[in-house]
Design a protein around this ligand. Structure first.
Ligand SMILES: Nc1ncnc2c1ncn2[C@@H]1O[C@H](COP(=O)(O)OP(=O)(O)O)[C@@H](O)[C@H]1O
Ligand SMILES: [Mg+2]
Length: 243
């Protein structure tokens, strides 16, 4: 069986800066894969390339063996890749329900059907009680949860989460981890960028590390936590390995 997602030597440059430098990786169906690295390492750029917001300068991207390189964000969403943004992008003047309906409308033209789907998703993400509120009035944690709800409403096979835990308190982080696990239980594969190491180390099956646009490690969390190059590039000051 081919990998769910496969990147072959994907590069993205901004002028002289190589933000993604020949990155190859695979995401397997059903896994929770982490993507970590210092600020500016190229994590968000890579998510932009995968989701069609950027076209790679070179390299190829395949979803279930089918090439998606250079397709538009809408086409890639149709193929089943959904994402959240490091800086939340929701419709502030719409309600929680309407924001989620926007996602569901990717798969149906019936507003009735989209609404039914949206309510189910909001029940799953824990926002149903707030579905009539304006998005602008939500807390940061709930805004992130709403963006996630809209992504889930598109019925993705692969979900890209870009720092959904940034700015959350410990209780909210715990809830976010539980939600990521529950999403995987629904059969959705999760690829997650996160700086909260305690969360990423416990929730991920495997972690990829970027540094200056290059992939420097790709391994299970226990090996990432003790990898000398990773500690030097990133973990050193922020995560102390027990023992
Ligand atoms: N649109 C852009 N134009 C120019 N440089 C960019 C752009 N987007 C990102 N960069 C640069 O590319 C590098 C990687 O950025 P980014 O992917 O946002 O890193 P990360 O998400 O790992 O913090 C950084 O040096 C950043 O300044
Ligand atoms: Mg980023």
């Amino acid at each position: 069986m081919p990998a769910l997602l496969r990147l072959e030597e994907v590069s993205k440059r901004f002028g002289g800066l190589v933000a993604n430098d020949r990155i190859s990786l695979e995401v397997q169906e059903g896994e929770i894969l982490g993507l970590i690295g210092p600020n500016g390492a190229g994590k968000t750029t890579l998510f932009h390339c995968i989701s069609g917001f950027y076209t790679p300068d070179s390299g190829r991207i395949f979803l279930r063996g089918q090439e998606i390189t250079g397709k538009s964000p809408e086409e890639i969403a149709q193929h089943g890749i959904a994402r959240t943004f490091q800086i939340v992008r929701i419709f502030k003047d719409l309600t929680v329900l309407d924001n989620t309906i926007v996602g569901a409308l990717l798969r149906t033209r019936s507003v009735q059907e989209a609404k039914k789907k949206a309510v189910q998703i909001l029940e799953f993400t824990g926002l149903k009680d707030k579905m009539d509120r304006l998005a602008a009035h939500l807390t940061i944690a709930d805004k992130k949860r709403l963006e996630l709800s809209r992504a889930l409403a598109t019925d993705p096979v692969l979900l890209l989460l870009d720092e959904t835990m940034a700015g959350l308190n410990p209780q909210e982080i715990k809830e976010a981890v539980d939600l990521i696990r529950a999403i995987r239980e629904r059969g959705i594969t999760v690829f997650v960028v996160e700086h909260v190491m305690e969360a990423i180390m416990t929730v991920c099956d495997r972690i990829i590390v970027l540094d200056y646009g290059r992939k420097i490690a790709d391994d299970v969390p226990a090996n990432i936590a003790t990898n000398e190059e990773v500690i030097k590039a990133y973990l050193g000051e922020r995560y102390h390995v027990a023992g």
